[in-house]
Design a protein around this ligand. Structure first.
Ligand SMILES: C[S@@+](CC[C@H](N)C(=O)[O-])C[C@H]1O[C@@H](n2cnc3c(N)ncnc32)[C@H](O)[C@@H]1O
Length: 280
């Protein structure tokens, strides 16, 4: 599902100043469920299939082995039940349910202001659909990812949640966070759960996010810090070989600062950080 109103701010080509147009397709409650959209600036078309807009086509957006694991068939359906539902409990060593995490992210992103929010590297859309439910009619959320299996599952999960939240439905697109295909200043906020550790170039993603946000817009990031124990360091060294990176707290603040944000004091909980910042 891709909210029809978002086509106007979607610009896969920097030359496109008018956004995309719906060429053909089916719609439900203002969202395109399947079909074809056109970029009038280039004449290129992009499909809406499996419930998401695919702006990458044959390009994978993959930069490392860690990225590749998200493309494995079957990865989407097992990601939340096997890992995401317990990840913060395992990483912090205390009971840390998803609801608590989402409350922190929503506060840092100041979702209570309403408006349009972007979820960077959304996987199966945990933040995307949770924030959409929190916003209700006061705003919209768009989740982007490069992995088709994750997006397909995100759409299915959002459909199931929408039944419980009176039809609130987020949008999903296959797009690269290192080259965000949206109009400058179009979003009130951006969120990013765990993905800063996985991006090929996290500094570039944060610069792109800054460009996407309106002045005073908020970014909220949850990510993993460098381990302090020998065992933790050994595990992280192994994971680094696959392209994951782990940050020192000062590094996170410095990345945000250099991307043009004014960072809040970093919140740390064992291996996890929560970073909030305002676009300068
Ligand atoms: C660790 S998962 C995080 C998922 C999600 N944010 C969450 O909180 O559960 C990282 C996701 O980022 C995606 N990803 C990696 N590089 C990306 C990029 N350059 N642009 C968009 N998504 C990317 C991967 O496909 C994967 O689904």
């Amino acid at each position: 599902m891709y909210d029809r109103g978002l086509l106007r701010i979607t610009r896969p080509s920097p030359a496109g100043s008018e956004g995309l147009e719906l060429l053909e397709g089916t719609e439900l409650d203002g969202s395109v469920t399947s079909g074809l959209v056109l970029d009038p600036a280039t004449g290129r078309t992009y499909p809406v299939k499996d419930g998401y807009l695919d702006l990458l086509g044959r390009r994978t957006g993959v930069r490392n082995v860690a990225n590749l694991t998200n493309f494995l068939p079957g990865a989407g359906p097992v990601y939340e039940p096997l890992w995401r539902s317990r990840s913060l409990t395992l990483l912090t060593g205390e009971k840390f349910p998803n609801d608590r995490e989402i409350g922190i992210i929503a506060d840092l992103a100041r979702v209570d202001r309403g408006g349009l929010y972007l979820d960077l590297g959304c996987s199966t859309g945990l933040y995307t659909r949770s924030l959409a439910a929190k916003l209700g009619g006061r705003g919209k959320v768009l989740g982007i990812d490069i992995a088709p299996t994750m997006l397909k599952e995100a759409v299915q999960r959002a459909k199931r949640t929408a039944k419980r939240t009176m039809g609130v439905f987020p949008s999903f697109a296959r797009a690269d966070a290192e080259n965000l295909p949206f109009m400058d200043g179009a979003f009130a906020g951006a969120v990013c759960g765990g993905t800063l550790n996985e991006f090929g170039d996290p500094a570039r993603v944060l610069r792109e996010a800054q460009r996407m946000l309106e002045p005073g817009g908020r970014v909220a990031v949850m990510g993993l810090l460098e381990a302090k124990t020998q065992r933790g360091r050994r595990v992280q060294r192994l994971l680094s070989a696959g392209g994951l990176r782990f940050f020192e707290p000062e590094e996170v603040t410095s990345l945000l600062d250099h991307a043009g944000f004014e960072p809040d004091p970093l919140r740390k909980d064992n291996l996890i950080f929560f970073a909030g910042a305002s676009r300068c």
